[in-house]
Design a protein around this ligand. Structure first.
Ligand code: FAD
Length: 312
């Protein structure tokens, strides 16, 4: 029944706009893997591609280097994630200025998480306290295109769902152009959230974040930390899949496509996919959704990539 829905939807649906998220590499082999992934996905002409910022700014140099290389060596539009936790305003501003001067105009502006082991979040005394402070700070520097984070299931540290929605509104009112959501598994969770945004008078685009899950155990643990519900049906789909990476990837792609198709039937047509630097699931998802390659910068070494992928 589910597959039937997916295929019948595919006949009438418009091709959605996709953007992709990459993780900055920490080692040379990871860097090679990332660039094989980028070369494979680039011909799908994503709307933009973003590069995350390690917890507490720990990957600052690698994020910066990756974003600049994207700008230099591809015709993709790069977006740099930038967090303000644990840094002074001057430090954050300096990073933002370097991006602007290098022609990088899209920032994903985030507060970031407190370091592991910290009890709660304490703003840096000389820093931007929240993302809603960072957004106007970036605006003062240059006319950045700014994305911010949104939480369909409410950020775990928010005082209430209403306070969290007010916070989102503050970030958009301060000059952010769009929000990208935390991932979720039940499309209905996202739809209810979008309705709440609409009722709160939010008109900026809210782009659903899609996480194709092949390492179920890792994602289940991570989801507990960031307040994302892992539905029983997802757990059941990954039963008896230990060690069968190919099966897990097929499951991951089907789940993601079904999420996206359900949202498309409700009029949503733009999605941000966390690639986790693995090309195959994202490529399969994009293909089923109707995206085709444009022939630009295809990898000369795509086959090797699949064999090298780690088992996460
Ligand atoms: P904020 O919008 O500042 O909100 C943080 C919390 O504070 C919320 O609970 C909010 O309700 C509350 N709050 C806001 N203002 C106030 C106030 N004035 N008083 C009291 N409470 C307030 N993390 C990384 O480290 N690197 C990344 O690259 C990264 N990318 C992400 C991309 C997306 C799409 C998403 C959804 C998250 C990402 N994160 C990343 C995680 C993010 O940094 C954490 O979720 C972090 O805890 C919150 O960041 P934020 O920008 O949403 O914070």
């Amino acid at each position: 029944q589910r597959i039937g829905n997916l295929l019948s939807c595919s006949r009438d649906m418009p091709t959605p706009a996709l953007s992709f998220e990459f993780i900055p590499p920490r080692t040379e082999p990871m860097e090679q893997r990332l660039w094989q992934c980028i070369r494979r996905l680039a011909p799908l002409s994503p709307h933009f591609v973003s590069v995350t910022y390690g917890a507490g700014g720990s990957t600052q140099a690698s994020t910066y280097a990756t974003v600049l290389r994207l700008r230099r060596e591809t015709d993709l539009v790069p977006a740099a994630h930038l967090t303000c936790v644990g840094a002074t305003r001057e430090e954050v501003d300096a990073v933002a200025r370097r991006y602007w001067e290098a022609g990088v105009k899209h920032i994903v502006a985030l507060r970031g998480d407190p370091p592991a082991g910290a009890v709660g979040y304490t703003p840096h005394p000389g820093g931007y306290a929240y993302a809603s402070d960072l957004v106007p700070g970036l605006r003062r520097i240059a006319d950045f295109d700014i994305s911010v984070a949104a939480y369909p299931e409410t950020h775990p540290a928010a005082l209430s769902p209403e306070a969290d929605l007010d916070n989102l509104k503050r970030k958009l009112d301060a000059g952010a152009t769009r929000a990208i959501t935390q991932y979720f598994f039940d499309a209905s969770t996202c739809l209810r959230f979008l309705e709440r945004c609409q009722s709160a008078g939010i008109t900026a685009p809210i782009i659903p974040g899609i996480m194709p899950v092949s390492n179920y155990e890792h994602v289940a643990r991570f989801s507990t930390l960031c307040g994302v519900t892992v539905p029983v049906w997802l757990t059941r789909l990954f039963e008896d899949t230990d060690g069968n990476l190919e099966l897990r990837r097929i499951v991951a792609s089907i789940v993601a496509v079904e999420q996206i198709r359900t949202l498309q039937t409700n009029g949503i047509n733009e999605f941000h996919i966390s690639t986790l630097n693995r090309a195959d699931p994202t490529f399969a998802i994009a293909h089923i959704l109707g995206l085709r390659t444009t022939g630009r910068c295809m990898s000369d070494n795509v086959a090797d990539y699949s064999e090298q992928e780690e088992t996460t």
